[in-house]
Design a protein around this ligand. Structure first.
Ligand SMILES: Cc1cc2nc3c(=O)[nH]c(=O)nc-3n(C[C@H](O)[C@H](O)[C@H](O)COP(=O)(O)OP(=O)(O)OC[C@H]3O[C@@H](n4cnc5c(N)ncnc54)[C@H](O)[C@@H]3O)c2cc1C
Ligand code: FES
Length: 274
């Protein structure tokens, strides 16, 4: 069992979870993920590592279905049944580049170690975070600390640039020299970013989130098609060149258990709240 040191709601529906671990920091790197299971009958789910130190590892998660509901109900001092990691390939380190790093929803948290590592490696970092509205943005100060420039994008215009990430990107890339775009967040955000940068031929690295089971390359559930080849998100990724990803395949595979997920959540809610 693994002790929860903190579980805090950062903005509506998004939580920061800190779990005790004195081992993950020994080889954790930016871009990697952990697998957690809230309780014994629960499902193993992957979460990007948002930070770590000598005593803990943390993740930012969005409350969406049964497993994340269970995580959202945790308090400091509770225990979870499984913690595995770090898993996946770390972010490829480049140097001397102008890199635009984009994060949305839980991807704002997942962006922190990547921004920090790329900055430390001698890159110029422009960070842009996006949300539907101002009250859904978070971790601005943490990200600014490792960024040369910082932008906020809100669809309703309550803070920063008004519009979608693609509107911001199209304008920004016209006026500024960017060698690479890096994006973390939901599949729609990573897809939209890749489609916007494709005609401009700006290399775009995306953090993908296919459904995973074992997360160690054994079951094949996380397969994605990249440059026409089958790759396993858990061991070959989770980061890939967004211009080479077969997005239709990824988007349809993410919905294959929708019926079971709805059933599971209804069952959980009935059991929990009667
Ligand atoms: C490498 C990786 C990193 C991720 N990092 C984060 C993160 O930092 N924060 C965050 O909030 N989410 C992250 N996710 C997505 C997260 O794993 C799912 O949101 C979570 O599993 C949903 O579980 P649930 O039971 O609450 O929802 P469910 O109702 O079971 O599912 C809701 C949706 O989540 C996806 N999902 C369900 N089960 C899995 C699974 N086992 N593996 C992957 N996706 C699944 C499906 O698309 C599904 O439609 C990541 C996924 C991957 C693959
Ligand atoms: S999750 Fe099983 S092979 Fe990747």
């Amino acid at each position: 069992m693994y002790k929860v040191l903190k579980r805090e709601k950062i903005v509506p529906n998004i939580h920061h979870l800190v779990i005790e671990s004195d081992i993950i920091h020994t080889n954790a790197q930016a871009g990697e993920f952990i697998v957690v299971r809230a309780d014994e009958p629960g499902e193993r789910i992957p979460l990007n590592i948002a930070d770590w130190d000598e005593k803990s590892v943390s993740a930012v998660f969005m409350e969406i279905g049964t497993s994340t509901r269970k995580l959202a109900a945790l308090k400091a001092g509770d225990e979870i049944a499984t913690l595995v990691g770090p898993l996946g390939k770390p972010t490829e380190m480049v140097e001397g580049k102008n890199i635009l790093c984009i994060g949305g929803c839980y991807g704002i948290g997942a962006l922190l170690p990547v921004v920090r590592a790329l900055k430390k490696n001698g890159n110029r970092i422009i960070t842009a975070i996006e949300a539907r509205s101002e009250y859904l943005l978070y971790w601005q100060e943490k990200l600014k600390e490792h960024s040369d420039d910082f932008y906020e994008i809100t669809r309703d215009g309550t803070r920063g640039f008004k519009g979608h990430v693609n509107d911001f990107l199209a304008g920004y890339l016209k006026q500024n020299k960017v060698d690479m775009v890096y994006v973390q967040g939901c599949t729609y955000l990573t897809y939209l970013t890749s489609e916007t940068t494709r005609p401009l031929e700006v290399k775009t690295i995306v953090g993908l989130n296919p459904i995973m089971v074992d997360a160690t390359g054994m079951c094949g559930v996380c397969r994605v098609i990249v440059a026409g080849e089958t790759k396993f998100g858990c061991v070959d990724g989770p980061e890939f060149d967004g211009h080479l990803v077969d997005w239709q395949n990824l988007l349809s595979r993410r919905k294959i258990y929708l019926k079971e997920e709805v059933y599971s959540l209804s069952f959980y809610e009935c059991e929990t709240y009667g």
